[in-house]
Design a protein around this ligand. Structure first.
Ligand code: NAP
Length: 310
């Protein structure tokens, strides 16, 4: 009953408020654009000013009323992306393999006043993917964006020395799971008129490191997957792009940046002045979800302090 009354009231207010709402939305969009410019000027590794600036315009941000599902989002790059999408107005469903990590991430983001919820989803498990989709639909009423961050590298070693079991695990999680999840979400994304998918590859796709064997291969394949999916989904007005991070300071990359020799070589060779932070990746993903990116698809964009691509 209460819900019915609220809806009726909303309908009545709608026509009076429509003009005002459109003006508010236009203003929010302009503020958002200004915030992006400011972020560029004020950006620093800790990303603290970024957070401050975006607060206040967030609830009517450029992604307002949109719903984003982000896999592998309770830590590192995925968490920064989930936070940024929510700061920019989206309702965000966070997920990862461990319940305690989901609870911690959801609590942290809700404490910041962001609209998030979460569920356990090991992207390699069909039943978990199904639950993630069901939960997003039930609680958010639709899905606009899928950001596939979850990735693994259980083995450091050569491709030829890798067992079939490890090959399967890496390809299942890094390469197949985005496609399998997307195929379940697609009918719902189509209904929304426009959607965006962002895959997460790695600089190792362009510059394989010998010790990362099969991981290199899986991340290179994601570049191809981006191209193929972008063609398949263009007629449905769904853009598919790929984030290609360099070395970003997270638990995942500890072995690389905590190895002084590796990091020194990297900096000397590429003149990189600092290590990347998860927040360095997040703004790009928000942009790729925004209407400003509606004519960009099939792109892989390197966020590494430099780019080895022509
Ligand atoms: P991270 O800090 O270790 O975070 C990984 C996140 O993914 C956690 O929330 C983890 O939570 C979740 N996760 C791990 N396996 C999962 C699975 N099978 N299903 C669902 N969630 C899973 O790692 P990160 O550095 O942010 O890496 C994220 C992505 O960026 C990966 O695809 C990685 O290949 C890519 N990348 C990272 C770097 C870098 O330098 N950090 C560079 C290039 C590319 P649970 O433990 O609870 O599952």
């Amino acid at each position: 009953m209460e819900e019915l009354l609220t809806r009726t009231q909303e309908r009545e207010e709608h026509s009076q408020g429509q003009v005002q709402q459109e003006a508010d939305q236009a203003m929010a969009t302009r503020l958002q654009a200004a915030a992006w410019v400011q972020r560029g000027q004020l950006h620093h590794p800790a990303g603290l000013s970024v957070q401050k600036i975006s607060r206040g315009i967030d609830q009517k941000g450029i992604l307002a009323n949109r719903v984003a599902v982000v896999t592998g989002s309770t830590n590192g790059i995925g968490f920064a992306i989930a936070r940024r999408l929510a700061q920019d107005g989206a309702h965000v469903v966070v997920s990862s393999r461990k319940q305690q990590n989901v609870d911690r991430a959801v609590a942290a983001l809700q404490e910041e006043g962001l609209s998030v919820m979460g569920t356990v989803c090991h992207v390699g498990k069909a039943e978990d993917r199904k639950r993630l989709v069901a939960m997003a639909l039930q609680h958010c009423g639709g899905i606009d964006f899928l950001v596939c961050v979850a990735g693994v590298n259980p083995l450091v070693g050569s491709t030829l020395g890798t067992s079939e079991q490890v090959w399967d695990k890496i390809l299942d999680v890094n390469l197949k799971s985005p496609v399998l999840l997307l195929s379940q979400l697609l009918p719902h994304m189509e209904k929304r008129g426009r959607g965006a998918v962002i895959l997460v590859s790695s600089l190792a796709a362009y510059m394989p490191r010998v010790e990362l064997g099969v991981y290199n291969v899986s991340k290179t394949a994601l570049l191809g997957l981006t191209k193929t999916l972008s063609l398949e989904l263009a007629p449905k007005n769904i853009q598919v792009n790929c984030l290609v991070p360099g070395i970003i300071k997270t638990d995942f990359s500890k072995l690389l940046y905590e190895n002084e020799a590796v990091w020194k070589k990297f900096m000397e060779y590429y003149w990189v002045k600092r290590i990347g932070q998860p927040e360095d990746c997040a703004g790009l993903v928000s942009f790729l979800c925004s209407p400003d990116a509606s004519y960009i698809t099939g792109e892989s964009i390197v966020v590494a302090g430099f780019s080895p691509r022509l």
